[in-house]
Design a protein around this ligand. Sequence first.
Ligand code: COA
Length: 335
Amino acid sequence: MYNSKIIGLGKYVPENIVTNSDLEKLMDTSSDWIIERTGVEERRHVVKGDGNGTATMGVKAAKIALERASLKAQDIDFIVFATMSPDYYFPGSGVLAQELLDIPDCPALDIRMQCSGFVYAISTADQFIKTGMYKNILVIGSEYQTGGLDMSTRGRNISVIFGDGAGAVVMTRTENNQEGVLSSHLHTQGKHAEELSLIGPSTRRWVPEIITKNDPEDISYYPNMNGQFVFKHAVVRFTEVINEGLKKTGWSSDEIGLLIPHQANLRIAQFVQKKFGLSDDQVYNNIQRYGNTTAASIPIALTEAWEEGKVQPGTKVVLAAFGSGFTWGSVMIQW
Ligand code: COA
């Protein structure tokens, strides 16, 4: 059995910065409220027609990751693409990335695990590398979600939090079983599926049904979130799944070099930091600048942390996520 390790990282965010003051002009909200409850100061929004989409942003991040890994796209054996905002209902965005990267016949798998998507994607890639089936895997997390948000006061509890962007990593095999991904821990709890969801369009709310009824009250095509319920579950599950990883690896919380929590809400990250007694240097947050970019949030944060020199050979890195499903998970990486 091999281990898998990350050898290249990249990120891409749209140029268009949307500040809290910009949102104040669209809905009844205030910058103070947003910062106090979520920590978000600004986020990036795709502007329709700017050429950015879920696959294209993912590929921009992937090209940077490939260059830093000193690999060509054609060296990639498998693409794992995590998103909850795919370009099409079907096929998935992974096939579009394969085409854009021009890697003939390269298999591509979409992962639909929302905010836990990147953790699930890394774990999936790790299994394929461990068994020897594939050597080099490109893992992408990309989201263009702001085009589908309710930007009126009605949708303010969600629309102020989310943003667009992409991150990607290149993973490869190593024969050193002391480095790379040491363990991953994945969970779901479908009974809370509708607490954070987008119900229609889907097979439960087919588009023709929505159009035919033409009911102005039917806003099932917008995401809905029971914010306080999500918050309460998030803090519990983050804690549990990080503990699971610590137990498996035998690491103490003091030894964590860098925790990268999915950027759901700064308050959630701060709660987790306190729970484990971590210093500010041990936790990386950038939700202030990007909001919650769902499957892209961890790879964007990991890339920035690496660019800032916070991830070095030998650093013990913990990735942890919680999101719609509910889904949650962690990945323990010896860099
Ligand atoms: N601006 C101003 N007021 C807002 C607002 C906004 N953007 N969004 C909601 N409010 C209002 C509500 O309408 C409510 O008003 P009311 O008291 O008159 O009814 C009030 O603020 C409090 O709403 P509440 O939902 O109780 O606030 P909260 O403290 O729970 O914060 C969230 C809301 C969404 C920020 C918070 O619940 C949260 O972050 N939850 C977790 C979300 C998350 O992590 N999602 C992603 C998971 S991966």
